[in-house]
Every structure is written in structure tokens, then in C-alpha cells.
Design a protein around this ligand. Structure first.
Ligand SMILES: [Zn+2]
Length: 314
């Protein structure tokens, strides 16, 4: 099964059907005009963000209808083909890297590591982000399993690029995050919505549902307005030791976490005490991150506390 294209390599996403521009050149994003936006141009910044969109952006603008999340998967609407055709002829040269249709089929329209797409309305954010369009129907509808497939694609992207699994706190301010809109996201790693980057889009781009799906999985909510993430990451960096304490979980932090056994260097994927199908160990896996946090972010200490505890009962 074809996969996402990242730095020329094909990356499979388990359980997700992907078509890419190498298999079907019609899907390829067109390189932007020299006087136009940066669609299809070569990136000059590393990928540190994923930006989520809905194709209709409802609710947004004058359309106040709430999103409808239907169970299961929906029909194949050929959204990826229509979107790719639209984008390749659109005079404003907009476009995102990935489209996810109602039936959960995924299209990858460009090399995610090297090619910039014009989707977020902020050129630095475009330069350092992968854009995903979630197809939304005319009744503002999306499908629960479609959103879960988006989550699997985001999992694959955060792992591949070493982007910490963090998302904005609840969208209660109804306004973009200045660190994205004004600063271009230079100190913010994570998964955000178009609404967090641009004031041209409303709440429904991408809406709360997909953010809730991420939060129910491994994604931490942070109030990026008050720099809560920076505060927390400074503490984590101090606990790790031997690295810069700047509150920005960049490549150095990622590498240090990888060394400590965190999968893909992600805080959300702490070292597993045991990888057996023993239900006791599954339970330990569940509360291990909490234990690590309680011990000041030190997984080694947590493992030693746990093994002492296990000895008592063996
Ligand atoms: Zn959007």
C-alpha cells in the first residue's frame, strides 16, 4: 500500500489507504508562480508544525452551522481528485499537502519534507508546516472514523518529524495565537488548526472535534497564549539535563528523549517497562507516564521505583 512521501521516502501509515503524487501525477501540487504565494516551492525551514483544516471551514464567516460528526466512515466523494484539480488551476495557488476524504482515503500531494504548500495564510507557518485538509460535506458533516484516520496520519507525521504531540488549549478566545500569526511559529512545535494561525478563518477550520480526538489520544493541550508549553518544557529540559533550557522542544530535546527511550523522541511515547501482553504490564504502561511526571520527569527513577515495587509482589 503506497504511503506518505517524506524526503523522497515512502512512509506507510498502518491501517490507512494512501495515494500519492508519485503513483498518480494528477495529484501533484503545482509549483507556484514566482510572483504568487509559496505553493510547491522548496522549503527553507524544517517541519515543526502540522496545520489542520476542514475544506468548508464550517462554522466560519456567515455560516454559523455547527459541525455534524456522523458515525463510521462516509462515501468516497473523490475529494482528493477534485481538490488537487481545483488547486492546480486556482489562480491564488492555494493548496495543502494531504487531503482526507469521508471514506478515510488519504492523498499525499507533495513531498512533505521538502515542498511548501500555501495553506495557512502565514508564509513562515507555511514554510515550517504540513497542511492537512479534512473533507467536510455541504451539511457541515464529517465522519468519526475519518477523524480517527486524520489522527493516525498526524501520529505518523509527529513521529517522522519529531514534533511533540501537543495541541492548543480549548478554542475559547476565538482568535489566532500571536506566536503563530505574528511570530510565524518559530518557538511553537505541535499540531494546530488554521483558526490558530489566521483570523480569516473561523472556529470550523478545523473545529473542536478533531482536536478532541487528538486530546483523547496522546496529545497534550497547552495554553500557547500564556506560554504554558514553554514553562513546562523548561522544567522537562532541566530534568533531562545536559541540554539547553529554552522551553522549545526542538531537535536537541527530541534527541535527548530518544536516548532515554522515548519512542521517536516524543514525550507522549515514554519508555515501556515491559512489552508483553501480560495485563499487569499493560496497566503499568498506562500509569507509567504519570509516575514519571510525579518523579520530576525522570524515567530511570520511575523504572527503579517500579521494579522495587514489583519485587515485593513476586
Ligand atoms: Zn483552512
Amino acid at each position: 500500500m503506497p504511503g506518505l512521501i517524506i524526503g523522497g521516502k515512502e512512509v506507510d501509515v498502518p491501517g490507512v489507504a494512501i495515494r500519492n503524487f508519485k503513483d498518480d501525477p494528477k495529484l501533484a501540487l503545482r509549483v507556484g508562480r514566482s510572483d504568487g504565494p509559496n505553493d510547491g516551492r522548496t522549503r527553507t525551514l524544517p517541519v515543526t508544525l502540522v496545520v489542520l483544516h476542514t475544506t468548508k471551514g464550517i462554522p466560519g464567516g456567515t455560516d454559523k452551522r455547527e459541525q455534524v460528526i456522523l458515525p463510521g466512515l462516509g462515501p468516497d466523494t473523490k475529494a482528493e481528485d477534485r481538490t488537487a484539480t481545483y488547486w492546480s488551476t486556482d489562480p491564488t495557488q492555494s493548496g495543502a499537502h494531504i487531503v482526507v476524504d469521508h471514506d478515510g482515503s488519504v492523498a499525499c500531494l507533495a513531498d512533505l519534507q521538502t515542498v511548501c504548500a500555501f495553506h495557512a495564510g502565514q508564509s513562515d507557518v507555511n514554510n515550517r508546516s504540513v497542511g492537512i485538509e479534512i473533507f467536510q460535506g455541504g451539511n457541515a458533516e464529517m465522519y468519526a472514523e475519518q477523524l480517527d484516520i486524520v489522527r493516525k496520519v498526524v501520529d505518523a507525521l509527529t513521529s517522522a518529524f519529531g514534533i511533540q504531540r501537543q495541541i492548543p488549549d480549548y478554542y475559547r478566545r476565538n482568535t489566532p495565537i500571536p506566536r503563530l500569526q505574528k511570530m510565524g511559529g518559530r518557538d511553537l512545535y505541535g499540531v494546530v488548526g488554521h483558526r490558530d494561525v489566521s483570523d480569516q478563518r473561523g472556529k470550523g477550520d478545523p473545529g473542536d472535534s478533531i482536536m478532541d480526538v487528538l486530546a483523547k489520544n496522546d496529545y497534550e493541550r497547552f495554553d500557547f497564549f500564556t506560554n504554558k508549553d514553554i514553562e513546562v518544557w523548561k522544567q522537562r529540559q532541566r530534568d533531562i539535563g545536559g541540554i539547553d533550557v529554552d522551553g522549545v522542544p526542538g531537535p536537541q530535546t527530541n534527541a535527548a528523549l530518544k536516548k532515554l527511550g522515548y519512542k521517536d523522541g516524543l514525550w507522549a511515547l515514554p519508555p515501556s517497562v515491559a512489552s508483553t501482553s501480560d495485563p499487569t504490564h499493560n496497566l503499568i504502561d498506562l500509569f507509567f507516564p504519570t509516575l514519571v511526571a510525579a518523579l520530576g520527569g525522570d524515567p530511570k527513577k520511575a523504572i527503579s521505583v517500579l521494579s522495587d515495587w514489583l519485587k515485593k509482589f513476586s
